[in-house]
Design a protein around this ligand. Structure first.
Ligand code: 5GP
Length: 178
């Protein structure tokens, strides 16, 4: 089946406003005396992460690191068993960590990843997601910062892909059958 881009669900302006609000929340929670490591999950969250960290105040102590993971499963359902392709550069032991993910769907990938990172004994670990498909949750995940709750429909753009395509779109759009 072929797919094409559908209507805009979140415009670039809406995303940008919300990113600023989330950055304000994070800045209030951590302040300038609490160093934070922001961990982006590649590839999707890279776009959201770079926007959000640039909205944080200059006097905050912010480090950025990335991880690349894939969850085993078929094309539409993740199994929650996460394989690491690219690990963090630095240890997170004793650090305050914020994991940044593009979207939480069943929650399986994120909950497995959180378990894995908790095992490295950070001082604290919070989760920031741009999109939450709450209707599809199979396992509870504690989301501390959430951009938008969205319905159960496939979306692309602003980092999110369909078969590797459409990550570069500025707006988030639905994908529809051609
Ligand atoms: P979970 O383990 O929570 O089911 O899977 C989350 C992952 O599924 C996300 O990191 C993302 O790769 C993928 N995903 C879930 N829903 C969508 C969607 O609507 N669009 C895109 N592009 N990816 C999605």
């Amino acid at each position: 089946m072929a797919y094409k881009l559908g209507e805009v669900i979140l415009s670039r302006e809406t995303i940008s406003r919300r990113v600023k609000e989330l950055a304000d929340e994070i800045a209030n929670d951590y302040g300038k005396n609490k160093p934070v490591v922001v961990v982006g999950i590649l590839t999707g969250a890279a776009f959201f992460l770079t926007d959000i960290v640039r909205e944080l105040p200059e006097d905050m102590d912010v480090r950025v690191d990335f991880m690349s993971v894939a969850s085993y499963g078929d094309n539409t359902e993740s199994s929650g068993v996460v394989r690491i392709f690219h690990d963090l550069k630095s240890s997170i032991e004793g650090k305050h960590v914020i994991v940044v993910e593009d979207i939480v769907d069943s929650g399986l990938t994120l909950s497995h990843l959180i378990g894995l990172l908790e095992g490295r004994h950070p001082a604290s670990l919070k989760v920031c997601v741009l999109l939450d498909k709450y209707e599809r949750r199979k396992t509870e995940v504690k989301v501390d910062y959430c951009g938008f709750r969205i319905p159960d429909k496939f979306v692309v753009g602003y980092g999110l892909d369909y078969a590797g395509k459409w990550r570069h779109l500025k707006d988030i759009k639905y994908v529809v059958e051609e």
